[in-house]
Design a protein around this ligand. Structure first.
Ligand SMILES: Nc1ncnc2c1ncn2[C@@H]1O[C@H](COP(=O)(O)OP(=O)(O)OP(=O)(O)O)[C@@H](O)[C@H]1O
Length: 772
């Protein structure tokens, strides 16, 4: 026993000495071959193929600036082993250009296209620096990586674990929305590397005992701070949080900033106190700002046809992995729920900032694994590297700006993979195309094949009749979309007054157009802020529609003949939207076409007062006993909205309740009738399908091939002559809880496709007949 103890002690001592020797060698290597400041290692010739690596004769070392393989870099064996195990051998351009500088301790401001390997360009220097400092568990935090979103932080954490597998550092993922903050507080001081979102990091700095003082002591020993998606973290949405974080960090650290769209603002950089940073922009002179293997298209899609086009697109690409971007989480919720009920025949998922964190992470990993459609807000637009390649990025709503476009399309065509993207532009947004082209983004403008468009608005209208919850979702989607356009900064591209509001409302299936009044661009001499100026979030997962101060909107209560305003002090993170939707939303009677149009509203309504800005902080002065109620996603409901919910008050605010009821009654009767017809049609269709399947198998067994599905077709897969009506049969078979659609079969329910059991039976029968 005693013998083996002393043996292992001796082994540890030997290992320690070997490591000490390795570190000393690495330091000498790095020092002796330092690239000159301001030079770009990419411009150097690569090392000759069989050139010796590392220590050469007379204590000289090989050149590592210009190296193209990881093994040619002065890296510890532990890091080299981690890289090898993850199958990383050849460096990407940003790695070739930045690692020689970062390994010798320099600050970096790195920019490279999406999917070009920026993550390793900052993970490797962190591991190396801590290793060479012989950082141990008792040393606490030695490096902090800040990411704008939780999913991205999770992904970075995974890369860190993979490449750092053979190191002994402890690392922690600190992201918002997790319940275990108290547990985190107990452990955080013992962690060596933190991967975090800004809000959670600040929370620990403020609340965790000794955390900030430890940081000061440790970071004074020149450790590493990384900002991934630096321009996003430095922009106005994170301004306060980041300033508070940076104020608590000592200046003697190494700072690494990376993004595909890097900030060039001197002020931003000054905030971080960079020391003579190396500006590394590897694709600055490239012909395009986006990956070369990315095929990008744009087409005109009027607002009222967006869902038809999206539906047709999804139906045409049932074997693909598609990421769909919409402008707000209300849009995402509505489109997801509606499409789910329409069962397109491919699993559907949604991701937005109002979901619980566990669910978000779950959706993210599911999307990594399977062919499906993910409807998302910009929460998925940056940094995410979905495991199996995304085939298509579809931007249904125009991105805020060129940078946002680059990040969204960058979710496909990563590393050496190809990918495709399509951008729906409304006629009023054509200026965006010009901006993209000016920014060296090769977008091909194509004409949508509207002949093959499969209209869904009729089906949506029927859905809304059948599912009252859907009405609310549709109204919210309608309002938040208009609002998102209204508050856009770039008025050259976004103009809410150019939108066909009534048609848009009808396209969502709404029987009447909800009325919303937007203020003029200036409120009492104050300029309306652009969206980014409104984002004062801690983490970017707080989205547009949760972040809009209520000054921006006036909601008009026509019924009262006056203007109502929201003046409540909402309690925690209240969304003004709940008020809009539940208590103040006014509907226009679409049946008789009464009520003003958006352009007319100005004349009808007297001047209004400015709404009070909602409070995002906990209201500590809240009267004792007033309860904060949370919805299923953890959002609070404002008191008025709760009352409205209880008493169904929103119905009373409709212009003509009787007419609305009458409308829905009529629709329900029509639906029953159509349902009957559809069931007959479906039975027939299934019979035909079975026969077709049989034929297919026979043809297959005879060695003949059938035509494959046309993936390039953007506007529909089901052939021109096919009528869409049959989809209505699925109303009865919807399962609200399922994330997947179409392909799932509920007991006793008619499904879109022939069941697996049926297929197997058929196959067996055919096999039997072949052998007999
Ligand atoms: N040297 C390498 N060899 C092989 N694959 C690599 C290498 N470096 C990175 N990759 C792979 O390339 C993909 C993209 O890398 P990464 O996520 O770091 O890109 P990025 O530049 O950070 O993208 P974004 O700008 O979107 O955040 C990942 O799947 C990663 O595993």
């Amino acid at each position: 026993m005693g013998k083996s103890k002393s043996k292992s002690k001796q082994m540890r001592k030997v290992r320690h000495e070997e490591e000490q020797e390795e570190i000393s060698k690495l330091n000498r290597w790095i020092d002796s071959q330092k690239p000159d400041s301001g030079t770009n290692p990419l411009s150097l010739p690569p090392l000759p193929k069989d050139a010796p690596i590392g220590i050469l004769q007379d204590d000289k070392f090989s050149r590592y600036s210009g190296a193209t393989m990881f093994k040619e870099l002065p890296l510890s064996k532990r890091t080299q082993d981690g890289l090898k195990r993850a199958n990383f051998s050849k460096m990407t351009d940003i790695q070739i250009a930045s690692l020689p500088h970062s390994l010798c301790g320099r600050d970096i401001l790195g920019a490279a296209k999406t999917g070009s390997g920026k993550t390793l360009a900052f993970i490797i220097p962190i591991l190396e620096k801590l290793y060479k400092e012989r950082w141990g568990s008792e040393d606490g935090v030695g490096s902090i990586i800040i990411s704008p979103t939780r999913e991205l932080a999770g992904q970075l954490f995974d890369v860190l674990k993979t490449v750092g597998k053979f190191h002994n550092f402890s690392a922690g993922l600190l992201i918002g929305g997790r319940r275990e903050v108290e547990m985190e507080k107990e452990h955080v001081n013992a962690l060596n590397i933190l991967v975090c979102t800004p809000g959670r990091l600040l929370q620990h700095m403020d609340e965790t005992p000794n955390f900030d003082s430890d940081l000061s002591a440790l970071l004074a020993r020149e450790q590493v701070l990384v900002l991934d998606e630096a321009d996003r973290i430095l922009d106005v949405g994170f301004k306060k949080t980041l300033n508070a974080i940076v104020a608590q960090l000592p200046k003697g650290r190494q700072t690494l900033l990376f993004s595909a769209t890097q900030t060039k603002s001197i002020q931003d950089l000054a905030r971080l106190s960079l020391k003579d940073p190396e500006y590394i922009s590897v694709h600055e002179d490239a012909e395009t700002a986006t990956p070369n293997r990315l095929q990008q298209t744009a087409m005109i899609v009027p607002l009222e046809q967006k869902l038809d086009m999206l539906w047709s697109f999804v139906k045409a690409h049932l074997n693909s992995k598609i990421l769909v971007f919409l402008s707000s989480c209300k849009q995402v919720k509505f489109v997801f729920e509606a499409f789910k009920k329409l069962r397109p025949g491919i699993p559907l998922k949604c991701l937005h900032g109002r979901m619980k964190q566990e669910k978000r992470m779950g959706i993210y990993s599911q999307f990594c694994e399977s062919h499906s459609v993910l409807f998302s807000t910009d929460v998925a637009s940056r940094g995410l590297d979905f495991n199996k390649a995304v085939d298509w990025v579809v931007q249904v709503d125009c991105p805020d700006d060129v940078a946002s476009y680059i990040h969204r399309v960058g979710r496909t065509a990563r590393y050496l993979a190809g990918g495709r993207s399509v951008l729906f532009l409304m006629p009023s947004e054509m200026k965006m195309l010009e901006k993209l082209q000016t920014a060296k983004i090769p977008v091909q403008f194509i004409k949508a094949n509207t002949k093959r468009l499969q209209p869904v608005s009729g089906l949506l209208a029927a859905l809304l009749v059948k599912y009252p919850d859907m009405q609310q979702l549709a109204q919210r989607a309608f309002i938040t979309y208009l609002r998102s356009i209204h508050i856009q900064k770039d008025k050259e591209v976004f103009d809410v007054l150019k939108l066909s509001i009534e048609e848009f409302s009808a396209s969502l299936g709404l029987p009447m157009t909800p009325k919303v009044r937007f203020l003029n661009q200036k409120i009492k001499g104050k300029k309306v802020f652009g969206k980014s100026a409104l984002l004062e979030s801690e983490d970017s997962e707080k989205e547009n529609d949760a972040e809009i101060p209520s000054e921006k909107l006036d909601i008009v209560n026509f019924k009262e003949g006056s203007v109502d305003r929201l003046k409540e002090n909402l309690e925690i993170g209240d969304s003004e939207e709940e008020n809009l939707d539940k208590g103040f939303l006014q509907m226009k009677d679409a049946l008789n076409g009464s009520g003003p149009k958006i352009g007319e509203i100005e004349d009808l309504v007297p001047a209004t007062r400015v709404l009070k800005k909602k409070k995002l902080k906990i209201n500590v002065h809240r009267p004792v006993g007033s309860r904060v109620v949370f919805d299923e996603e953890g959002n609070t409901l404002p008191p008025l909205a709760r009352v409205a919910d209880r008493n169904n008050v929103d119905n009373s605010s409709l212009l003509d309740q009787d007419k609305r009821e009458e409308y829905y009654k009529k629709m329900r009767e029509q639906m029953k009738h159509v349902d009957k017809e559809d069931k007959v049609l479906d039975r027939q269709r299934r019979r035909e399908k079975r026969i077709k399947e049989k034929m297919k198998r026979k043809i297959g067994s005879m060695g003949l091939e059938e035509d494959g599905e046309g993936e390039d077709d953007l506007s529909g897969s089901e052939g021109e002559g096919k009528k869409y009506k049959r989809s209505k049969i699925y109303f009865d078979s919807d399962s609200d809880n399922a994330d997947t659609t179409g392909s799932k079969d509920n007991a006793g329910i008619i499904t879109d496709s022939i069941s697996i059991a049926e297929q197997e039976a058929l196959a067996l029968k055919l096999l039997g007949s072949m052998h007999s």
